[in-house]
Design a protein around this ligand. Structure first.
Ligand code: F6R
Length: 584
C-alpha cells in the first residue's frame, strides 16, 4: 500500500517517475503526486485520483531528480491536499507506512508549524525542515529516530543533487540503470530500468545520485546489500491480450501451480530438516492467504496427521499464542510484506517456533524473518485481488503436506495442470454472474474443504463487485443464515466431495425451497443431473478431494470477475483497497 519512486538521472525525471508510479498503482490509487528538483528549486504536482490524473501536468516538471507517490489513504481522506509529496522549506518527501506517534510529534515539536494536510506523513517533512543542520543524511537520521511506526521515505532537498531514502518496516529497493539510479517500493516500478536491485534493511538509509548509490546502516556506516536480479520485466507486466489483469492472472493459475512445483526442490531439504519433531502446525496469513491456509489445514491433517490450525495473522499476533520449539508456524503471504503476517512470524520466531514463509516475493521482509522459505512461483500479481497466488499457495502448502507426511506429492500436482487450464479457459460463468449481479446478496456454501473454498469465493466477489456476500458451512445455513434467503438472494454451492455430496445437497434444497436462486459448482455427475432443471450448474473436472480447490476456486474467481464487469466495476482496482498492506 502506497507506492514510492525516486530517481537521480542523467535525463529528465518526471516521465520516468510517472511510468514507475503507473506500475505501482496496485499499492493504492487514492491520489498521486510527483516532486522534482531543478537548479535548487522544488516543483510539485499532485492530484486526487489515479496516477493518470498526472498525465498532462507531470511533463511540466523540469529536473533530473525527483520523487513520486501513489497513495492508499490511511490518515486523512483522499484529496489533493492529502496527496504526497509534502514540502516544507528546502524539502519534499513521499512516505509509505504509518507514523503512529504523529499527534505526539505535532504537540511536542511542531506546535507552531503550518500543516497543510490531515496526514501523518506531513510531520516528516516538517521535522526535516525544523532540524535541518545542512547535512541531509544526518538530519534524516535524527528525524527517523523520532518516528514510531513504519516508514519508507524518499526525500529531495534543495541543497543536494540527488535523493535520500530511509526504511523501517516498509519496503524500499534501490537499483542502477542506464539513465541513472533509483529507489522504489517494489520491483515493477523499475522493470525495464534496472536489471538488478538491492533491498534495504530496516533502519537503513540511502543516498542516490546520478553517479551512484550509497547505503548506510542505522549508525550511518556505509554498508553493502546484496545485488539480486530484478524479476519484474516489462514482458511479465503486460496484459497479454486480456482486458484486465484479473482475467490474465486467473488464467495463469495453472502455470503458478506448475512453476511452484518446479522450484520446490530448492526448499525441500531445508523443510525436511526444520520439520523434524514438529507436533503442531499453525498456518497464518491475512485475507486470501489465510483462506489458502484454511484449505491446507484439511490436507495437512489428513496426510500428516499432525494437528493443524489456521489463524488470521492480525489475531494471532495479539492473543499471546501458545507456541514453542515443536510448533511449526507457516506464514503465508503473496507480497511477503503484509504487516500483520510479518509480525506474526516475528512473534513465532521469538517464541522459538520453527517458521516457514510461503511467499510470491523472493526478497520480501517475511522471507528474511523465516527459517525457511517455500517459494510460490506465480510471477508478479498486479490485480489487487489475489488469484493465481492463491493457487500457488495451495500448491506450495500441498508439497509441504507431502514432506510432513513423508510422501512425494509432486505427481498429483503435475496431473492437475490440464484440468486447471480447462477450467480457467472454458468455463462459462455468464449465467451465474448475471444472477449475482442482480442479487441482494450472495451466499457461498460448502462443507469441509469446499467450505474453505467458499470463503475465498465470497471474499473475491465482495472485493471486486461490492455485492454483500458471506461464505458459510453448508450445514450451518439452517442455524440462522437461512433467514436471509428470499427470491433476491443467490447461493453458490460448491460440491466436490462424493463423501459429503449427500449432505451438501440439503443446503441446495433449503435455499430453493425459500425461493433463493442457486448455482452449483460440482464435479459430481449425479449432483449435476439432480439439480440441472432447478439451478445453474457449473461442471468442473474431478481432481480428487484435496486438489479440488485448484479448480473450484478458479470457477469462483471467474464469477467474481464477470460479476464486476456486469456492474461496471474495475476488477483490478477495487474501491478502498490496495495490495501489500504494510500497515496495521
Ligand atoms: C484478496 C486479497 C487480500 C490479500 C491480503 C494478504 O483478494 O488480495 O485479502 O490476500 O491482503 O496479502 P498478502 O498475501 O500479500 O499477505
Amino acid at each position: 500500500m502506497c507506492g514510492i519512486v525516486g530517481c537521480a538521472l542523467r535525463r529528465r525525471a518526471s516521465d520516468i517517475i510517472y511510468g514507475g508510479l503507473k506500475q505501482l498503482e496496485y499499492r493504492g490509487y487514492d491520489s498521486a503526486g510527483i516532486a522534482t528538483l531543478s537548479k535548487g528549486q522544488i516543483s510539485i504536482v499532485k492530484k486526487q485520483g489515479k496516477v493518470s490524473a498526472l498525465e498532462n501536468c507531470a511533463s511540466d516538471l523540469d529536473g533530473n531528480i525527483g520523487i513520486g507517490h501513489t497513495r492508499w489513504a490511511t490518515h486523512g481522506k483522499p484529496s489533493d491536499a492529502n496527496a504526497h509529496p509534502f514540502a516544507a522549506g528546502k524539502f519534499a518527501i513521499v512516505h509509505n507506512g504509518i507514523i503512529e506517534n504523529c499527534l505526539e510529534l505535532k504537540r511536542e515539536f511542531l506546535s507552531d508549524s503550518p500543516f497543510s494536510s490531515d496526514t501523518d506523513s506531513e510531520v516528516i517533512v516538517r521535522l526535516l525542515d525544523k532540524y535541518y543542520d545542512g547535512n541531509l543524511l544526518t538530519t534524516l537520521k535524527k528525524v527517523c529516530s523520532l518516528l514510531s511506526g513504519s516508514y519508507a521515505i524518499a526525500v529531495i532537498c534543495a541543497d543536494f543533487e540527488g535523493i535520500a531514502a530511509a526504511k523501517f518496516k516498509s519496503p524500499i529497493i534501490v537499483g542502477s540503470g542506464a539513465d541513472g539510479n533509483f529507489a522504489a517500493s517494489d520491483a515493477p516500478a523499475l522493470a525495464g530500468l534496472c536489471r538488478d536491485i538491492s533491498v534495504l534493511e530496516d533502519n537503513d538509509f540511502a543516498l542516490i545520485t546520478s553517479d551512484g548509490i550509497k547505503i548506510f546502516d542505522g549508525d550511518l556506516n556505509e554498508v553493502f546489500r546484496p545485488v539480486r536480479p530484478n524479476l519484474a520485466t516489462p514482458a511479465n507486466l503486460e496484459l497479454g491480450g486480456c482486458p484486465f489483469y484479473m482475467l490474465k492472472e486467473i488464467r495463469e493459475a495453472p502455470y503458478a501451480v506448475a512453476n511452484t512445483c518446479a522450484v520446490f526442490h530448492t526448499a525441500e531439504g531445508e523443510v525436511k530438516k526444520l520439520c523434524k519433531n514438529i507436533n503442531r502446525i499453525i498456518l497464518t496469513g491475512c485475507g486470501t492467504a489465510y483462506n489458502s491456509g484454511l484449505v491446507a489445514k484439511r490436507y495437512i491433517e489428513q496426510f500428516a496427521r499432525i494437528p493443524c490450525e489456521a489463524e488470521i495473522a492480525g489475531e494471532f499476533r495479539y492473543k499471546n499464542p501458545i507456541v514453542g520449539g515443536n510448533t511449526l508456524v507457516v506464514a503465508i503471504s503473496q507480497s511477503g510484506e503484509t504487516a500483520d503476517t510479518v509480525e506474526a512470524a516475528r512473534l513465532a520466531k521469538s517464541a522459538n517456533a520453527k517458521v516457514i514463509a510461503v511467499t510470491n516475493a523472493p526478497y520480501s521482509q517475511l522471507n528474511s524473518v523465516a527459517d525457511v522459505v517455500i517459494p510460490v512461483a506465480a510471477g508478479p500479481e498486479i490485480c489487487v485481488a489475489a488469484t493465481k497466488s492463491y493457487a500457488g499457495q495451495i500448491a506450495a502448502l500441498y508439497l509441504l503436506a507431502g514432506v510432513l507426511a513423508g510422501k512425494d506429492l509432486t505427481d498429483d500436482l503435475q496431473k492437475i495442470s490440464e484440468p486447471c487450464k480447462n477450467t480457467v479457459e472454458n468455463t462459462d460463468i455468464s449465467a451465474v454472474a448475471d444472477m449475482c449481479a442482480r442479487s441482494s446478496g450472495v451466499y457461498f456454501l460448502g462443507r469441509d474443504i469446499d467450505y474453505a473454498v467458499a470463503l475465498e469465493g465470497s471474499l473475491k466477489l465482495k472485493e471486486v463487485s461490492y455485492i454483500p456476500s458471506e461464505g458459510y458451512p453448508a450445514g450451518e445455513l439452517k442455524h440462522g443464515t437461512l433467514a436471509l434467503i428470499d427470491e433476491s438472494a443467490v447461493a453458490v454451492v460448491v460440491i466436490t466431495s462424493e463423501r459429503l455430496a449427500g449432505k451438501s445437497k440439503n443446503a441446495v434444497e433449503q435455499v430453493l425451497s425459500r425461493k433463493g436462486k442457486v448455482a452449483v459448482i460440482t464435479c459430481i455427475n449425479s449432483i449435476a443431473e439432480e439439480f440441472k432443471d432447478r439451478a445453474v450448474i457449473i461442471k468442473i473436472p474431478d481432481c480428487g478431494e484435496y486438489l479440488s480447490p485448484l479448480v473450484s476456486s478458479s470457477a469462483l474467481q471467474l464469477i467474481a470477475y464477470e460479476t464486476a464487469l456486469l456492474l461496471n466495476r474495475d476488477p483490478d482496482k477495487p474501491r478502498n483497497l490496495a495490495k501489500s498492506v504494510t500497515v496495521e
